[in-house]
Design a protein around this ligand. Sequence first.
Ligand code: C5J
Length: 251
Amino acid sequence: MNAAAREVAVVKAKPYPFFFTPKTTTLIVIDMQRDFIEHGGFGAVLGNDVSLLAKAVQAVKDLMSLCRRHQVSMIHTREAHRADLSDCPPAKLRRGHATLRIGDAGAMGCILIDGETGNEIVPELAPLPGETVIVKPGKGAFYATLLDDLLRGRGITHLLFAGVTTEVCVQTTMREANDRGYECLLVEDATESYIPAYKLAILEMLRAQGGIIGWTAPLAAISSALEGTCRRCVGYRGRPSEEQCRRMNGC
Ligand code: C5J
């Protein structure tokens, strides 16, 4: 691990600056799957305009590249069920579209089933060899998975979040993580919702009351923190230390 991975990065975030070290931080990319983003999958079957989620792909891609350049580790998730649906609670199965349900044959294979075409992560965001992919049966990525053990085993204390949808799997996972003691930040332009007003509401909700669930910040602020100059620290070139930023008033 090089020195940069141990340095503190300071993000100009809401409701106040977010400090993290790459070495103890993981980017969690939630469910950037064809089933939610492309036509013919689970999201479309439920009547959603999937093009709204496709808007996040480029920002997620840029965020992934940034994290890879700065040794921020990465975990991808996929919402998926076994083909026999033994991990799908009847309540989940009953909801949604009246006739086309989880496990039924759709345009990209059986809907939300592990191994089907629709369940794959979109090609632009394909995980690199060695990056972990968590297959999760729930909306939250901690439910019925080894995610918490994995993060604790790697000494991770801080999480950056990206992915879809803001108001379902992303916020559920961020809330689960917050309850487990992780410091969490959602990257604002690297998440999308089928209902844009919900996205805005969730961003407000998560950071309300002094960051009750965590922080939010645009990708540009993460990028500045990792590779740029701290703009408010006039005259200071390079990444400021935590102490320097505190002294220079919350950059
Ligand atoms: C949904 C998700 N919306 N990944 N899943 O069912 O947000």
